[in-house]
Design a protein around this ligand. Structure first.
Ligand code: CMC
Length: 362
């Protein structure tokens, strides 16, 4: 048996390929570098969903459909009680999604693509004591998310950066949340159930919960000169360095570079704190050096969450919301995998080896 199912093949997919040795990611036949330089959220969503629902999805059609769906879903954020609002944003978002009907058709998929995009900005505003901002269905999904977050139209650089983020993280092989989505889909429970299971898997700090703690780490380190000492002490305590290491990648996670690149226009436009970027680069250098010394047998490099933290922070998302933003982008991957699994048709039902005590003789 493989601990953590490492290297176990549990599905065939046409959706994405993660090459951990070469540090390459392919989404439906297109390499991440190509995709991130040309795609928008809508075009990558259309690419991933194509052929997996009863409806052909063209990017130009998806934008107004999503816009209309965001407007319809806004009514769901008005009746939030204070007990629910006290939870972390991703948990509130999950609770709101749980109220949506289940289904396996295109309408259900569209609803689930729009729902987290509407719910998260509204939750963040309500938690900060502000009224939610109604979506504007004529905008692109990335523009509207930032508009609902701040109440203002974002700059072209901000929209491009969020689009680059959403495209970069749209799908990534059989990660824990995607596997969860496929398991649920194999029971034919419906796409809402798949997405709920996937969000529950995503929020853990070993998966999509890492970028908030990455910012905490920058704050705790404080200055470039402290990086090596702080990181060494964290490793002495047996802690993992957030934003480093990956089950599949033995080299740098290509998504980290895509996001680093996406940050540049924001830096040039003066929309990022330069000192924080310099500190992050110093932390990255120190962490890579110290991990090489301490874990010589395990190649550990930077992963997607490191630059996610910088990018989402620069776009004005509070750190407690980073996992929720990840969910906005990854939902399309979860849905595409769920549909692929349902179309394949067989229930996922592996076996376990019993290692408990034998029944006592009567
Ligand atoms: N810091 C320090 N040591 C690490 C780290 C890290 N970030 N990651 C792995 N190691 C060590 C680990 O302690 C172990 O050492 P030893 O063999 O001496 O006990 C060795 O590397 C192998 O670790 P593993 O637990 O077998 O690795 P894994 O494949 O199960 O874990 C991981 C992958 C992502 C959970 C892990 O690297 C980690 O905890 N990273 C920090 C959290 C993080 O950044 N998560 C985001 C992942 S990327 C987003 C996504 O795609 O989900």
């Amino acid at each position: 048996m493989k601990n953590g199912l490492e290297d176990v093949i549990a599905a065939e997919t046409q959706l994405s390929d993660v090459d951990g040795e070469a540090g390459r990611l392919i989404i439906r036949g297109v390499s991440l570098d190509q995709l991130v330089s040309t795609a928008t959220y809508e075009s990558v969503a259309a690419l991933l969903l194509d052929g997996l629902t009863e409806r052909h999805v063209a990017p130009a059609e998806l934008r107004p459909w999503l816009g209309e769906m965001r407007e319809r879903l806004f009514a769901h954020v008005t009746a939030l009680d204070s007990q629910l609002l006290a939870l972390p944003p991703v948990d509130v978002m999950r609770a709101l999604i749980a109220r949506l009907p289940d289904g396996e058709d295109f309408e259900a998929a569209l609803r689930l693509l729009a729902a987290p995009a509407v719910f998260l900005p509204a939750i963040l505003r309500l938690q900060a004591g502000n009224d939610p901002v109604a979506p504007d269905g004529s905008l692109s999904q990335a523009t509207d998310i930032l508009h609902m977050l701040t109440g203002e139209l974002p700059s072209a650089e901000q929209t491009a950066a969020l689009d680059a983020y959403l495209v970069t993280i749209c799908d990534h092989g059989l990660n824990a949340s995607t596997f969860a989505s496929r398991v649920i889909a194999s029971t034919r429970a419906g796409l809402t159930s798949s997405v709920l299971a996937a969000i529950s898997a995503l929020k853990g700090p070993l998966h999509g919960g890492a970028p908030g703690p990455v910012l905490d780490m920058f704050d705790a380190i404080g200055t470039e000169g402290n990086a090596r000492g702080w990181l060494g002490q964290a490793l002495d305590r047996g802690e993992r360095l957030m934003g480093f290491g990956h089950r599949i990648y033995r080299v740098r996670d290509p998504r980290a570079d895509a996001l680093k690149q996406a940050l540049r226009p924001l830096v040039s436009a003066g929309q990022v704190d330069r000192q924080r970027i310099e500190l992050a680069e110093a932390v990255e250098r120190a962490a890579l050096a110290i991990l090489k010394e301490r874990k010589p047998d395990r190649p550990l490099d930077v992963n997607v969450e490191f630059y996610t933290a910088l990018l989402l922070d620069a776009l004005g998302f509070p750190r407690r919301s980073f996992t929720g933003v990840f969910a906005i982008g990854r939902t399309v991957g979860w849905i595409a995998h769920a549909r692929e699994q349902a179309l394949e048709g067989r229930l996922i039902r592996p076996r376990s080896v019993y290692v408990g005590p034998s029944p006592k003789a009567a």
